[in-house]
Design a protein around this ligand. Sequence first.
Ligand code: NDP
Length: 244
Amino acid sequence: MSKPDSACALVTGGSRGIGAAIAVGLAEDGWPVVVNYRSDGDAAARTVAAIEAKGGRAVAVAADVSDRVQAERLLDESVEAIGPVLCLVNNAGVRADNLAVSLSDDEWDAVLTTNLTGSFRLTRLALRTMIRARFGRVIGIASIVGPRANAGQANYAAAKAGLIGMSKTVAVEVASRGVTVNTVAPGFIETDMTRDVLERAASAVPARRAGRVEEVAACVRFLASDAAGYVTGTTVFVDGGLAA
Ligand code: NDP
């Protein structure tokens, strides 16, 4: 089944970093795109402008995906502004690192509610439209952390492993409806989130460098395409060989 003409894409946390590259890439592939952000409206406006400069269509919508009411409003506003969301990229994510013995409830909750619960709620909401359309793409941005250990990130690992597990199960529930559900697991990618650890981390990567945001976006663009209609319930690692 091919993508309906009216289909649009929603990229959570699309204002900066990996999410911005995904938003720009999907727009290049012809998707009208909703660029979601939490607080940095200027960054979101820059991403929208970059898309429009290349002839694409995009709108920025502020919403905190960890909040149930705001997540529902985000979906409603996206449909109103640009069309039915038939590609959902659950990219918004945060870190709050600490060794498990010192990890507070607040640090646990902040990471789980944004990275996992927010992704599930948006997926649940978007699936209704996708199932009706007999076409859908749900793509979660997970991490090599989760499938692999990383000291100081028990909360982040739990959220990302949860995202992978949730996506696999949803994938088999909706596979017969033309909806695919996959995750992309980046290694160390150069963004605001990793500036503090990048130099140290990159030396451990077999490719001997950090990844670029466009390299993650390329994988998402493939999973969103008609060509990937038979790829579902899987995780693609974009990590320079780190998880091999
Ligand atoms: P950045 O910190 O560069 O950007 C995070 C984006 O998420 C921003 O657009 C931010 O918006 C948005 N965001 C954060 N919290 C919320 C929220 N509650 N609601 C809505 N938007 C939110 O992150 P990266 O680009 O590095 O990471 C993107 C994704 O990739 C994350 O899920 C991350 O876990 C994952 N990842 C990143 C890796 C890396 O090496 N960079 C490696 C593996 C996975 P605003 O600025 O407005 O707050």
